[in-house]
Design a protein around this ligand. Sequence first.
Ligand code: SF4
Ligand code: SF4
Length: 390
Amino acid sequence: MGVGFKLFELMLRQKLLDRGLEGKPNSPLIVSYAVTRACNLRCLHCHVSAREPMPNELTLQEAMHAVDELASLGTEALIFSGGEPLLRKNFILALAEYCVDLGILPAMLTNGLLLNRRVAEELKDAGILAVGIPIDSIVPANHDKLRNLPGTFDKAIQAIKTCLDVDLEVVITTMALKDTYAEIPQRINSLAQLGVKQFAVYDLVPVGRGKDMMDQAMDQTQRVNLIRYLYQMQETKDLLFTMSGGIPLYPELVSKMHKINGTKPCNLFLKQFWVHDSIGCHAGIAYFSLRPNGDVYPCTFLPITVGNIRERSLTDIWFNSPVLNQLRQRNLLKGKCGECQYRSGCGGCRGRAYACTGDYLESDPVCLQDLLVEQGVSPSSINCFGWCVG
Ligand code: SF4
Ligand code: SF4
């Protein structure tokens, strides 16, 4: 199936049926693939502790073979990440074209440092559908401090403008942190003035180098206020938001708020990548992460190797990994999540549960149950759509 038809089908689903990705049951609908561990930055919060490349990263031929398997498993979108994927630019371009040929939508995350006009055009020509670029503060010094290198803010802004200039869709990935929380409205407004419409707002999960800065994680009041604020923004602006990094029920909450207030209940999320019939945390259910050396994690924020594609087929890993099969059984959850009325629809962030307790089936210490109850979200109504793919 060509990408043209695929996009047309998605647009129809979104505009007419109010639906996003659907896919076959038990499919990894969205997969992220860290093409390299190498990075030209050393960000303080990097959840994969990116540094030099791994010595044994997958070759193009091996990666193409993985894409063949993804296509037969029913994957609809593949997100290239890293490290910095543009350090393997030719690899990305070839793999994106291959995805398009097989009907898989390719997207990419980049820090923007290597993204000039020629590269943006190459990405677009290869079929990359959207590029995620980070802006972690609208105050350049704050962004640069987190990114651990002066000048990165200006380069990221330039990369955003360049992508928009060549009609390459941009999603801003942005950290919501305690110290920079107050400037989030200014950040969103300034970026919206550049022409950006889509934002993936990340909560901090204690994984990778992020573990060392958990004093910067939002407190629960900030988190809840942020959800209310993003909901309000969707009321007044033509902007799309999602919350990633362990807030799996954000879409349901905001959808419910819109319904209660009789306001627009659709167009809430990153257009091409919202998942119909979501079930909160997608890790191992509708999503997994492929690592540079062929290891498979349930999620980038749940770094447990459940197999390696050089040793076993992806299909075998996806269907037969004991860890993935446990993640699919919410009745195995423990503690508060195990007893929770929302466990089938939410499930908590399995990555944060693992990072905080050492057990991926334990409770997620960040829980929005009170807000769910307050907003009248009934456990049985959680079946609409969602996004949390790490
Ligand atoms: S206890 Fe909280 S995090 Fe866990 S399933 Fe219930 S609502 Fe979700
Ligand atoms: S473990 Fe689940 S909730 Fe947490 S970041 Fe990954 S997909 Fe999202």
